[in-house]
Design a protein around this ligand. Structure first.
Ligand SMILES: [Zn+2]
Length: 75
């Protein structure tokens, strides 16, 4: 089974290269940040994963592999 998370050294689960630690910041004035299983024009049916924005932003900590353009985030 293919890995889906960086390992203990923070290597990318796709290419095995180094990832960088960081935080994804998203503008979120209403209702926090939602996860959608698929895109929809009216953004309906999302599951709230961060409910209380700080100053209009929500923050998701995680790893980024710039080469693969892959983000692995925690919430
Ligand atoms: Zn990678």
């Amino acid at each position: 089974m293919q890995a889906t998370m960086p390992d203990a050294e923070g290597r990318c689960p796709k290419c095995g290269g180094p990832t960088e630690l960081g935080t994804l910041g998203t503008m979120s004035y209403l209702g926090g940040t939602q996860w959608y299983r698929e895109r929809s024009a009216l953004a309906l049916g999302g599951e709230t994963i961060v409910s209380k924005p700080l100053g209009g932003m929500t923050w998701l900590d995680g790893h980024r592999c710039p080469g693969c353009r892959l983000l692995v985030l925690t919430y």
